[in-house]
Design a binder for this molecule. Structure first.
Ligand code: DGY
Length: 320
């Protein structure tokens, strides 16, 4: 390594919108999408900056593999549940994320999943492609309309708030649950804050936008799905561990839950077979932020954060 140039290790990949800027300033080593854990550990040696993503556990083992010169873990995501913040703090390592740039993309995807699940699009398309469509049937694939429904937003942060605006624009009544009051959403959208059980009971659509923490783990299980009910729709674009997938699959099978739209899973990229086989269930492969603008914005935010820390400045989006 050139003594003048610090090493940035990209554990897996970073898009050119960020990578090219890093390459102009630093030595950059990229692991690639196929990098296994042993490759990641081997590549990490000597890193001053580590670029991670939601699929990469940034734990003590990886931090130690980087070495004592490590100064920043730049997560290529707004969520940072994959990063052991305490272990980073102990080593004096800054952690950054990529908020804002993916708000619109993720909120729109949550609304797309809402509409797709509410209108049984997955079953309908699957039947059509399999040659099972026997013609127009007034009783088939009946779902619910967002207009006139109550939409419950769990976690009214940036993405939850934008999703609430979209639902309000379609004519829904908005209720929300979360740790803090959101007076702006209350006055702008007429949103009402409820406890989680009250929200689940009141809402025809429940969309999860809370971060993954020990407190939110399995916050939606069998009892909560019962409250959402046989006509209700559950949407999750946040993180898999918040929702008990087996409980969702069995509630869909039994008819206890109306429909589900999921973009995230506990052990990605594995998706439980029970979900793959469940009816009225739209499943996407973690594409909430997958627009050109959002992903380029995220890559660029990663570069901004790395450059700031390695050049001795405050990063634009520090987590710790
Ligand atoms: C995030 O940014 O946390 C998303 O899950 C990545 O799309």
């Amino acid at each position: 390594m050139n003594a003048e140039r610090q090493l940035v290790v990209v554990a897996r990949v970073l898009l050119p919108a960020g990578l090219d800027r890093l390459r102009e300033r630093f030595e950059v080593r990229v692991g690639g999408l196929e990098a296994g854990w042993e490759d990641v550990l081997a590549n990490a040696a000597g890193a001053s900056a580590l670029v991670a993503d939601p699929s990469m556990p940034v734990n003590s083992e990886l931090l130690d593999a980087c070495g004592e010169q490590l100064r920043v873990v730049a997560n290529f995501a707004v969520g940072y549940d994959n990063v052991d913040l305490e272990a980073c703090k102990e080593r004096g390592v800054t952690v950054t994320n990529t908020p804002d740039v993916l708000t619109e993309a993720t909120a729109e995807l949550a609304m797309a999943l809402t509409l797709a699940a509410a209108r049984r699009m997955s079953d309908a398309e699957r039947d059509l492609r399999a040659g099972r469509w026997g013609g127009w049937d007034p009783a088939a694939y009946r779902g619910i309309e967002v207009r006139g429904s109550t939409v419950g937003v769990v976690g009214l942060g940036r993405i939850g708030a934008r999703y609430a605006e979209l639902a309000h624009g379609l004519g829904a009544t908005i209720v929300y649950a979360g740790r803090s009051e959101r007076p702006k959403a209350e006055s702008k959208l007429g949103a009402e804050r409820l406890s989680l059980p009250a929200l689940l009971e009141a809402a025809a659509v429940v969309s999860i936008h809370a971060p993954a923490t020990p407190e939110t783990r399995s916050m939606i299980g069998a009892a909560e799905l019962e409250l959402i009910g046989p006509e209700g729709v559950l949407v999750n674009t946040s993180r898999g561990p918040l929702v008990d997938s087996e409980a969702v699959a069995s509630a869909l099978e039994s008819g206890a839950l109306g429909a589900a739209g999921l973009d995230v899973y506990e052990n990605e990229p594995d998706v439980p077979t029970s979900l793959l086989e469940a009816p009225r269930c739209v499943l996407l492969p973690h594409i909430g932020s997958a627009t050109i603008a959002a992903r380029d914005g995220m890559a660029s935010a990663v570069a901004d954060n790395v450059i700031a820390v390695l050049e001795g400045e405050e990063p634009p989006s520090r987590v710790v």
